[in-house]
Design a protein around this ligand. Structure first.
Ligand code: GLN
Length: 272
């Protein structure tokens, strides 16, 4: 491993994956068995994983999984890789759901791998989740994750663009969404992991605010009285998103800081 071209933390993650897969050894074997050699098959796979990573493929796609909040999700090309900053949205929703202390209907718009919906369902046994996505492929992965996590009885999936996936008249206690909010032409789209992720999960092909506009504008129709909407946005979009919420007639409009101290989420409430 010492002459490997990858950063040492990445090499460790890939090696731990192989030790588990080929030898059923835990990650701690990296230390306790540091004199161990890989058999031929494992070594060939090691070389292939290192080469994929050196070509830029995200670690989460190489391993086929990613930890998020209190669950682990299967991920692959075709779904956004869940990010730690999105856990903020889960926490905002869970605070409300816990306070309500009754069966709550929660809507996750643009669920991707199912990260937000499934982590809420997993942490809040009284929550009933509705998760939408315009991509059938993403919904396939999200449904598989619901099965692996044994949450299929409390999570319903439907295909369509934002609220179009829903039956008219359906109203929710909480709406959450991490929509594509990166502006068209943003240089980040051509860097790092983002090069391998579905473009339609990252950018709205416009200013970055167009999907947030649709989602916030629909909140009044799809929220129950007193219901909460919380959305993730880019680090420089806080003011614009708070304005959109106020224009939509929402009250108790708030910005939320992530662990790095950036405003990365906003919430608002429908009047009682
Ligand atoms: N948080 C992601 C990023 O900045 C973008 C995800 C999104 O557009 N919702 O890489």
């Amino acid at each position: 491993m010492s002459n490997c071209a990858l950063p040492v933390n990445e090499a460790r993650i890939l090696l731990a994956h192989l030790l588990e897969k080929h030898y059923q050894l835990p990650r701690s074997a990296l230390l306790s068995r540091d004199d161990m050699g890989l058999n031929e098959q494992a070594f060939e796979e090691w070389e292939s994983l290192v080469s994929r990573r050196l070509h830029g493929e995200p670690i989460a796609y190489i391993l086929g999984k990613k930890g998020f909040h209190n669950i682990e999700l299967q991920v692959g090309p075709g779904v956004l890789i869940p990010r730690p900053e999105t856990e903020l949205l889960v926490e905002i929703a869970l605070t409300d759901i816990t306070k309500l202390n009754r069966a709550t209907k929660v809507l996750d718009l643009g669920t991707g791998s199912g990260a937000i919906a499934l982590s809420i369902a997993s942490a809040a046994p009284l929550a009933l989740l509705f998760a939408t996505d315009q991509s059938e492929h993403a919904l396939g992965i999200a449904k598989q994750n619901a099965e692996f996590l044994n949450l299929t009885d409390r999570v319903q999936f439907s295909q369509g663009s934002w609220y179009e996936a829903l039956v008219q008249g359906n109203q929710f206690d909480v709406i959450v969404s991490n929509p594509p909010y990166i502006a068209n032409q943003d240089p980040h789209l051509t860097q790092g992991d983002l090069r391998f992720e579905p473009e339609s999960a990252l950018t709205d092909y416009a200013s970055g605010l167009s999907c947030l506009e649709v989602i916030i504008a629909g909140a009044d129709q799809y929220l129950k009285a007193g219901g909460l909407i919380a959305v993730e946005h880019g680090f420089d979009q806080s003011q614009a998103v708070l304005e959109l919420m106020k224009e939509a007639g929402l009250i108790d409009v708030q910005a939320h800081l992530d662990l790095a101290g950036h405003c990365r989420a906003a919430s608002g409430r429908k009047r009682l």
